[in-house]
Design a protein around this ligand. Structure first.
Ligand SMILES: Cc1ncc(C[n+]2csc(CCOP(=O)(O)OP(=O)(O)O)c2C)c(N)n1
Ligand SMILES: [Mg+2]
Length: 343
């Protein structure tokens, strides 16, 4: 049995440095930067609100994983589907989720995405193709196969993306979904965010493979492993897989190697890891700092612009927080409403 962190795992998979930057216009590059910063600031705010006792239940933050959510969703169309996990705020924001309704949902208010009755792990927005977060590890797989089959039967060229963790790839639904998507050539992109941990367990302890993408071989579909903290590498790999899916050539497994910087949940005492490891990732492998330094080198991002972008996001989040705080709580008699969906 392999234990401990391999050097490769610790540093993330360093694919080629971002040298395909020339392929993108400045507007696209700055939009990627802005989206990553929005997710980081949203997650930071959520952490603060949770610590202040303003968010009930559990929340799981994706700080440090912004390159994956942003890179993948940046090449999707509004009518494409995504499904996410318990660590899903970043995916929802990257697909265009409304910050006000998200903060309100986290705070249990009636104006939230689930009228304040679902919380962090149940945010969905069908109008944006967001089929939902899911508190059940690997719970998204059967749903995404259904979405992929529906696309195929309706003969549209949409794509369905399933975000999941390294831990979820050890569960049965992962294997069943890859097999079924492969035999039916469904237009699905399976995105594994390998963040080195599943709750308190190191991936290297619990997974039979170092590269989760290697599991694609068992289903005869492409498996690609990239540096998940390099937003352009993620975008590039996702774009190839999405094009393939739209052409009717079937699913791809994409593994974005990244790192879970926060505890599994907010409040996790994290006795299972050395904080030095966290600091190292923070300092050497932050997806936003890495991307910002390249944009600055290319003179696409100045200090003024960086401040302006940050101020704009801060203002949006302030507005979202005010909206949530001024919103009502759901009434107790509404608890049994919205449990079933009438077609
Ligand atoms: C079926 C099921 N088993 C166990 C749990 C408890 N649980 C919640 S998250 C988690 C770890 C998931 O790890 P991973 O898939 O790597 O996602 P990450 O938290 O790293 O994003 C576990 C075991 C659960 N929610 N559902
Ligand atoms: Mg994980």
């Amino acid at each position: 049995m392999r234990t401990g962190a391999s050097e490769q795992e610790m540093k993330g998979k360093k694919t080629k440095p971002i040298n395909h930057i020339k392929a993108y216009d400045s507007e696209t590059l700055l939009a990627l930067y802005q989206k990553m910063v929005t997710i980081r600031k949203f997650e930071t705010l959520a952490g603060e609100l949770f610590a202040a006792g303003k968010i009930p239940g559990f929340i799981h933050l994706s700080i440090g994983q912004e390159g994956s959510s942003t890179g993948v969703c940046s090449i999707l169309r509004p009518d494409d589907y995504i499904i996410t996990t318990h660590r899903g705020h970043g995916h929802v924001i990257a697909k265009g989720g409304d910050l006000k309704r998200m903060v309100a949902e986290l705070m249990g208010r009636r104006t939230g995405y689930c009228k304040g009755k679902g919380g962090s792990m149940h945010i969905a927005d069908f109008s944006l193709g967001i089929l939902g977060a899911n508190g059940v590890v690997a719970g998204g797989f059967p749903i995404i196969v259904g979405a992929g089959l529906s696309i195929k039967l309706r003969k549209t060229d949409q794509v369905a993306v399933c975000f999941f963790g390294d831990g979820a790839s050890n569960r049965g639904p992962f294997h069943e979904a890859l097999n079924m998507a492969a035999i039916w050539k469904l237009p699905i992109l399976f995105v594994c965010e390998n963040n080195c941990y599943a709750s308190t367990t190191r991936t290297s302890y619990a997974c039979s493979v170092i590269d989760i993408a290697a599991r694609a071989k068992g289903y005869d579909i492409p498996g690609v492993s990239v540096d998940g903290n390099d937003v352009l590498a993620v975008r590039h790999a996702a774009a190839e897989a999405v094009d393939r899916a739209r052409r009717g050539e079937g699913p791809t497994l994409l593994e974005n190697k990244t790192y879970r910087r926060r505890g599994h949940f907010e409040g996790d005492p994290q006795r299972y890891r050395d904080q030095k490891e966290v600091v190292e990732w923070e300092q050497k492998n932050d997806p936003i700092l890495r991307f910002a330094s390249i944009l600055k080198e290319k003179k696409l991002l100045t200090q003024d612009l960086e401040d302006k972008i940050a101020a704009g996001i801060d203002a949006d989040l302030k507005e979202a927080l005010q909206f949530a705080e001024q919103s009502e709580w759901p009434k107790p008699e509404e608890a049994l409403e919205d449990l079933f969906f009438n077609f």
